[in-house]
Write a protein that binds this ligand. Structure first.
Ligand code: DGT
Ligand code: CA
Ligand code: CA
Ligand code: ZN
Length: 573
């Protein structure tokens, strides 16, 4: 077992011990052990072989033994038994925001909560509000959390849906009967979550195509198996529809099933104005007089209505048909237009790869610059840097640049914590010595909207802050955004010439695409940042570009689409 996975087991042991009511000292030892393993100064096998594991901070005999066993055997009976001693449903209860092990333990011991269903029951009855340390507000929050959990189970993060869709699409295209194949629906529109997959195929003979589709690996249930439509459910819970149509209908069907519904309504309205009714089958003359055009491409569907092709990600019924009519569709940003990134972590804080390794990976992208921004000291759990370590890192970056090893210019920055009152984790003097500064909220997610907004705006107003990281703190399908007044923050960013990050981590995609048009109209710049914690995550930028496109952004709206010289000029503004 790798050190990172061993650390995860130790963390789970700490949680389980807390649920069983073990003494805090013992619990802390396991958490501390997990942290130590995440930032090992040396190879784990060497430490074990030379009997020096016990030299690590907080490593007693018990921890040395358990880590050694996990490393060698990949499992630990102690862990297995501990897990078996606790109702299985409790770990799920722990996933509900706001419920830590301590609270879950009192729910379990005082009210007999062993799973989410029972938790809902005791909340509905009002018993939780009466419990010591809870109260009516907490009870309401738990009920919100349970409701969100149900909604989350119905939708899938875009990247997960794309991972399932990719091989199916290439498989369909390789079938001899298949003339065209596309994935339509919300996946094609780059929504942040996908309800179900919608495959569309042009083929004269649907039978073999349907047969192939319903026998894919991972299919758990076939819910429909017909001549024109089949539906399946995968083990992950994700469902997929496949429709097979004759070639002459394909591009009408593709347009229809790409959606959105609101976009389709706007298009049908426009068609009616030209005497045509529009459906997934094609155009029809309303009164039999107008000729009903066919379409050999999706462009031709739009052209028949006097419009240029509208990129799928804009088809949300939010003015894209009008913009197309006026010839004012945006020239959407493309992945190859990015010339560098900000917001990348290294082993100095919670990243997996060293500065050199990250630079090497950035070089492979052909980027001109790479902004390193490890966490600041208040983010203890992430190994945040204090002033001395930050100064050493700035030096190391300077040395690496001077060495000429890489063409990519490494920029020395920080992802500095925004503290409770909106002050920052480093003094202005320290921040002034950096190439760039990302300021982020990593604590106090439950402040009320007024306090949260004021806190973030204070950071926006700091002259050393170049951009705000993951503005709303959401984790897609996991955690709702914190309460904050986004329009007011956008206005503050415009007034202070502060950029907003589009965090491209596929769990975050934050700020949400729905706000970007407004931000760009006010002149706020976007930085599409991977927030990479490993070299392999620099490519998250592709997810970010998808969302930027969905937010109508062009290269001119994106700071890291600018060349190095201009970026340095902007940072020194
Ligand atoms: P999802 O699956 O919830 O993430 O979202 P979509 O957009 O993929 O929705 P889905 O799978 O129900 O349907 C795919 C597209 O088919 C949808 O975006 C528009 C079109 N569509 C489906 N049902 C209707 C309908 O009743 N009226 C209209 N105008 N279009 C529909
Ligand atoms: Ca769908
Ligand atoms: Ca569907
Ligand atoms: Zn962060």
């Amino acid at each position: 077992m790798e050190p990172k996975d061993i650390a995860a087991v130790l963390d789970e042991i700490a949680t389980l011990l807390e649920l069983t009511g073990e003494n805090p000292f013992k619990i802390r030892a396991y958490s501390a052990g997990a942290r130590a393993l995440e930032s090992l100064p040396e190879d784990l096998d060497t430490l074990i072989a030379e009997g020096r594991l016990g030299d690590l901070p907080g490593f007693g005999e018990a921890l040395v033994e358990k880590v050694t066993e996990l490393r060698r055997k990949g499992e630990l009976p102690f862990h297995r038994k501990l897990k078996a001693s606790i109702p299985g449903g409790l770990l799920e209860v722990l996933q509900i925001p706001g419920l830590g092990p301590k609270k879950v333990r009192s729910l379990w011991k005082e009210l007999g909560v062993e799973d989410v269903a029972k938790l809902k029951e005791v909340c509905d009855s009002g018993a939780v509000a009466e419990l010591k340390g809870f109260g009516a507000k907490t009870q309401a929050k738990i009920l919100d959390g349970i409701r969100n959990r149900v909604a989350y189970a119905k939708r899938h993060r875009w990247y997960q849906a794309a991972e399932v869709a990719g091989p199916i699409l290439s498989g369909l295209r390789a079938l001899p009967q298949v003339e065209h194949a596309e994935a339509a629906g919300s996946l094609r529109r780059n929504r942040e979550t996908v309800g179900d997959l919608d495959f569309l195929v042009a083929a004269e003979q649907p039978g073999p195509v349907m047969e192939w589709f319903v026998t894919r690996p991972g299919v758990k249930e076939v819910t429909a198996h017909g001549e024109t439509k089949s539906s399946v459910r995968f083990e992950s819970g994700l469902q997929a529809d496949l429709r097979v149509v004759p070639a002459e209908q394909f591009f009408f069907a593709l347009h229809h099933f790409t959606g959105s519904k609101d976009h389709n309504v706007a298009m049908r309205h426009r068609a009616l104005g030209r005497g045509l009714s529009m459906s997934e089958w094609g155009f029809k003359s309303v009164d039999g007089t107008a000729p009903a055009p066919g379409a050999a491409s999706e462009e031709e569907v739009f052209r028949a209505l006097g419009l240029p092709w509208i990129p799928p990600e804009l088809r949300e019924g939010s003015g894209e048909v009008e913009a197309a009519e006026q010839g004012s569709l945006p020239d959407l940003i493309r992945p190859e237009q990015l010339r560098g990134v900000f917001h990348v972590h290294t082993t100095e804080s919670d990243g997996d790869d060293t500065l050199e390794r990250m630079a090497e990976a950035a070089e492979a992208f052909g980027w001109e610059y790479l902004g390193i921004s490890d966490h600041s000291k208040s983010s203890q759990q992430a190994g945040g840097l204090d002033e001395a370590r930050l100064a050493a890192q700035v030096k190391a970056v300077g040395k690496l640049n001077a060495s000429g090893r890489f063409r990519v210019r490494v920029l020395a920055g920080s992802e500095v914590d925004i503290l409770r009152d909106g002050l920052l984790d480093f003094s202005d003097d320290v921040l002034a010595g950096l190439d760039f500064v990302v300021a982020s909220v990593h604590s106090l997610f439950t402040l009320d909207a007024e306090a949260q907004t004021a806190r973030i705006i204070r950071a926006v107003e700091n002259e050393h802050v170049d951009m705000i990281g993951h503005l709303t703190g959401r984790l897609i399908n996991r955690r709702e955004p914190y309460d904050a007044d986004i329009p007011r923050i956008i206005d503050a960013c415009a007034a202070n010439d502060t950029c907003i990050e589009l965090n491209a981590n596929p769990w975050r995609l934050d700020m949400d695409w729905r706000w970007w048009r407004r931000a760009a109209e006010k002149g706020v710049l976007c930085a599409i940042n991977p927030d990479a914690h490993a070299a392999g995550q620099l490519g998250f930028t592709d997810y970010g570009v998808r969302i930027a496109r969905k937010g109508w952004l062009t290269a001119a709206d994106v700071l890291n689409a600018r060349p190095l010289g201009e970026v340095l000029g902007w940072l020194g503004r």
